[in-house]
Design a protein around this ligand. Structure first.
Ligand code: GSH
Length: 212
């Protein structure tokens, strides 16, 4: 039914874990980023931004952007419970988290890990990375406070795709001065999501033995 283009530990992790939990048939097509396979002519026809993930569905239809793929899978497979019902009151905070995670936290992570895309010169890139780490520490502190107040999941008592997304992003802070998992409530969320069957299978399939 689906094909997911991915590379290990990338933004494909959340949609990959969701596909595992949803339990529909899908094929994984691994791209070796080190070899630049995401810039091959064939892949660029699917994803002109040369990024993973990309989802191919319904034969030859194509969707990229990790958040869009997560939202699409959640809507296509409501029985998996990855999102509150469309139009329900609970849907609002879910959408807010998905947007915040992708357009604020993920963007800051890009500043940290791909500073060369934003600014020239090693010194200025180092400054940008440092600033991004500070901002990310603040963002995960904020998430921790929200979880303390109204957790254990981002939207309260129920776990949704936004939790999978947050744990994926939290992993990318592991090498930073203040990793996300040093926040107690974020850490509790991480441990809970790592135990979900789909997340655990995804980590195994991606060869990630120690995610944190
Ligand atoms: N906005 C995109 C960004 C995806 C992205 O940054 N993917 C990275 C891996 S985590 C990538 O494909 N990098 C390849 C490269 O930089 O050449 C999304 O959320 O899907």
């Amino acid at each position: 039914m689906y094909k997911l283009y991915w590379s290990p530990g990338s933004a494909a992790m959340a949609p990959h874990a969701m596909l595992e939990d949803i339990g529909v048939p899908y094929d994984l097509i691994k791209l070796d980023a080190a070899k630049g396979e995401q810039r091959s002519a064939d892949y660029l026809k699917l994803n002109p931004h040369a990024r993973v993930p990309t989802l191919v569905y319904d034969g030859d239809r194509v969707l990229y952007e990790a958040t869009a793929i997560c939202l699409f899978l959640a809507e296509r497979h409501p029985e998996a419970g990855f999102a509150p019902k469309v139009g329900s009151w609970d849907r609002a905070p879910f959408l807010q988290w998905m947007a915040y995670l992708t357009n604020t936290v993920q963007e800051a992570l890009m500043h940290r890990w791909q500073s060369e895309h934003f600014i020239d010169g090693a010194d200025r890139q180092a400054e940008l990375k440092q600033k991004a780490e500070q901002r990310l520490a603040g963002m995960f502190r904020f998430i921790d406070e929200r979880l303390a107040k109204s957790g254990p999941y981002l939207c309260g008592a129920s776990s949704y795709a936004c939790d999978y997304y947050a744990v994926m992003l939290a992993r990318w802070t592991c090498a930073m001065a203040t990793p996300a998992h040093t926040n107690p409530h974020v850490n509790r969320l991480i441990r809970a999501i790592l135990e979900r069957p789909g997340y655990a299978s995804m980590l195994k399939a991606e060869g990630i033995e120690q995610p944190f």
